[in-house]
Unconditional design. Structure first.
Length: 261
């Protein structure tokens, strides 16, 4: 009897310790997707950038600060780089016309990458005359630009984008000069709208996520490079690992589901 009681107590304490290891804000952390378990981040990143967006090197600075290995390529390499070597591909903001020409030319390669399970961060924000706003991006959407929008709203505050590794609230996204450059047309099927515009084009998306096969993408029409590498939203977006609708589950995710379902 005494032995059985000791075993029961050990099991109970082990489960309690495991539950606490996944705890977060509120009554407990419930991941939105398996890739948003606390501490998860990309392990090998491909960055496409021809020039520093608005003179800032935000993407590289965040990756270095969080010890994430990455390779930097210019857009002329889009047709040659083996994307399958990377678990995340980042398209930097505010690039040249030649950059967006190459992006359109190799759109199918990026879609194949996502289809196979890859995650993309597509930063669409640019100056108003940029051809970013006439380019069909991977996934089939086109960003649009309107007047400088400085009032936006987070639609899903519990989403991993706003909680890992930093806490982000709507107040953090206001008054960037500009907080949003616009919205999108021809969005992929089933988008998850994360941030909406609250000026000029009310309640339209300026940040969304979509699944594409086994992978997907986070898409921003917000200038995260402009706000810099210490801004919590920029950090979260650069580190965020998106995933498809049927990702392979590992043992950790199975444990989390068992604890919180």
């Amino acid at each position: 009897m005494r032995t059985a009681l000791i075993v029961a107590l050990v099991v109970l304490c082990s489960v309690g310790a495991l539950a606490n290891s996944f705890s977060g804000p509120g009554n407990g952390f419930v991941p939105v997707k398996p890739h948003s378990v606390p501490g998860d981040q990309p392990t090998n990143v491909c960055v496409f950038m021809d020039e520093l967006p608005w003179g800032y090197n935000t993407v590289e600075e965040v990756l270095v600060a969080y010890s994430v290995p990455y390779d930097l390529y210019n857009s002329a390499s889009m047709g040659a780089v083996d994307l399958s070597l990377y678990d995340k591909v980042i398209i930097a903001s505010n690039q040249s016309d030649a950059f967006y020409t190459n992006l359109a030319a190799f759109r199918a390669r990026f879609e194949d990458y996502m289809d196979g399970g890859g995650c993309m961060l597509m930063c669409c924000a640019a100056y108003s005359a940029s051809t970013s706003y006439s380019t069909v991006w991977p996934g089939g959407f086109t960003p649009t630009t309107v007047d400088c929008i400085n009032t936006v709203q987070i639609e899903l505050p519990a989403h991993g984008l706003f909680n890992q590794p930093m806490m982000v609230v709507s107040a953090d996204l206001q008054g960037w000069d500009c907080s949003s450059h616009g919205d999108f047309i021809n969005m992929p099927a089933g988008p998850v709208v994360l941030v909406t515009n609250q000026e000029f084009v009310f309640d339209t998306p300026t940040a969304f996520e979509f699944d594409w096969g086994m992978g997907g993408a986070l898409v921003l029409n917000q200038p995260i490079d402009w706000v810099g590498s210490t801004h919590p939203y920029a950090i979260n977006a650069i580190l965020y690992m998106c995933g498809g609708s049927n990702p392979v589950e590992d043992s950790t995710w199975g444990i989390v589901k068992a604890l919180y379902r």
